[in-house]
Design a binder for this molecule. Sequence first.
Ligand SMILES: C[S@@+](CC[C@H](N)C(=O)[O-])C[C@H]1O[C@@H](n2cnc3c(N)ncnc32)[C@H](O)[C@@H]1O
Length: 202
Amino acid sequence: MEGNMVNLEGFVPMRSDLRGWQSDSPIFDRLVSEVKPTEVIEVGSWKGASAIHMAKACRALGLKTAIHCVDTWLGAVEFRTMGGGERDLMERFGYPQVYYQFLSNVVNEGVADMIDPLPVTSLDGAKLLGKADLIYIDASHDLKSVTEDIEAYMPLLRDGGVMFGDDYGNSVFQVREAVDGWCARNGVTPEIYDGWFWVIRR
Ligand SMILES: C[S@@+](CC[C@H](N)C(=O)[O-])C[C@H]1O[C@@H](n2cnc3c(N)ncnc32)[C@H](O)[C@@H]1O
């Protein structure tokens, strides 16, 4: 899949802020070493912590991997209802700037050559991208969004590939209902890692 690595001429990175949510879990290393992906899709990247983790795990194995990061960088409902702190959208004149924190982190961590940002909605991203070996779903966490993201991206998963996501054990969101519902309809049993991450193998 052709990646569009960013032309960084003139970009001045800001200080790193790599806050994410369970983005340092060993599940990322485990799945990268199992799948050895050449193409990764991450749906929901925020400040890049999980994408950077996967990029470094791929590089450590000597893989030449492109990591396609699909995100509007506009947040999700909870970024406004539970906003501020770790969910600060970094608004400037009323519009989120968090993409520039993402890009700064990617540059500061030395993985800009592996990261392909795609600033579109998750469903549009699925129309624009090709097949991938590893797909991480971590965008909006309501029942409809997670169900739609799984349905939109499953056709992009290569045979032998793995789709996974977080917040399965988070009772605030409906990730569990979405994953269990999709799996029941498709005769699949999800694997659950650490009570938090769901994993579906193809
Ligand atoms: C939980 S954060 C991702 C965290 C990241 N994976 C990490 O571990 O640091 C969710 C992200 O999904 C994005 N997002 C939510 N709904 C989206 C949608 N429908 N399309 C594209 N991006 C979306 C938000 O902008 C936000 O950056």
